[in-house]
Design a protein around this ligand. Structure first.
Ligand code: ATP
Ligand code: MG
Length: 271
């Protein structure tokens, strides 16, 4: 029997790249042959299905399943590009209390029977929705931008994982925490506008899963509804692939962490 893993992509601070990362990592795991579902916990916003490019296919959603108005079979959307990949879309209801611990637990238990990896895309903040997304997690990917406010809110989320998760409540082995540093710009680190990888690692003191560079490819991907990891020409796509490999236990060197030195021709002709 396989042991399903529940992975929450969380942050504290909003707009740091959780949904971008959830879509990329879920797709990356599926591309590696693992049956994966990505669940949108961001009730009312529904960003994930746009980034996955399946927004027109949404009929039922997470809250419908919790309320017994539809079953998972009717609700899960099969990704059109990647096999082994499914999306459980969020509801557009305004009722933020639609996600109950009992209901979420029931749905996740059912997903555990079918999937190897369950990726939970958390809403921002430390309110109910974010707590619901991290409560059942086995693994947490703490998405952080290299700036003080983001690091501070990530630290707050680490506290929540250690005290408010089900694993903490049950006295089990703690949630495995990983740092994913996103929107990283070595140039802006060099000028002192941003914290370095080492700075963030020192403050949060959790293992580094990856560093995703600030990249034009991310906006391009989200506009076309194709997770950026599919674009293996792009730096961000490659950085997400490396991160997925590390998540699976592979030993992969960090890339895109140092400033690209301009060569002679680039200096003369520009890039
Ligand atoms: N590596 C990157 N390079 C450039 N832009 C990025 C990168 N990662 C994310 N972004 C951009 O940052 C914005 C926020 O990303 P995203 O929606 O993934 O964040 P989020 O943490 O899910 O936000 P929210 O807290 O609102 O759910 C988007 O416009 C996205 O395109
Ligand atoms: Mg989001």
């Amino acid at each position: 029997m396989h042991m399903a893993q529940i992975i929450v992509v969380t942050s504290g601070k909003g707009g740091v790249g959780k949904t971008t990362s959830s879509a990329a990592i879920a797709t990356g795991l599926a591309l590696k042959g693992h049956k994966t579902v990505v669940v949108d916990f961001d009730i009312g916003l529904r960003n994930l299905d746009l980034i996955m490019g399946c927004e027109r296919r949404v009929v039922y959603d997470f809250v419908n399943v919790i309320n017994g108005e539809a079953n998972l079979n009717q609700t899960l959307i099969k990704d059109k590009r990647t096999s082994n990949l499914y999306i459980l879309p969020a509801s557009q209801t305004r009722d933020k209390d639609a996600l109950t611990k009992e209901g979420v637990g029931r749905v996740l238990d059912e997903l555990r029977k079918e999937f190897e990896y369950i990726i939970c895309d958390s809403p921002a903040g430390i309110e109910t929705g974010a707590m619901m997304a991290l409560y059942f997690a086995d693994i947490a990917i703490v998405t952080t931008n290299p700036e003080v406010s983001s690091v501070r809110d990530s630290d707050r989320i680490l506290g929540m994982l250690q005290s408010k998760s089900k694993r903490a409540e049950d006295g089990l082995e703690p949630v495995k925490e990983f740092l994913l540093l996103t929107r990283y710009s070595p140039t802006r680190v060099a000028t002192g506008e941003m914290l370095s990888v080492a700075d963030v690692e020192e403050i949060l003191a959790i293992p580094l899963l990856g560093v995703i560079p600030e990249s034009q490819a991310v906006l391009k991907a989200s506009n076309s509804g194709i997770p950026v990891i599919v674009d293996q020409e792009s730096d961000a796509g490659q950085a997400y692939s490396d991160s997925v490999a590390r998540l699976l236990g592979e030993d992969v060197a960090m890339r895109f962490v140092t400033e690209e030195k301009k060569g002679f021709l680039k200096r003369i002709f520009g890039s």
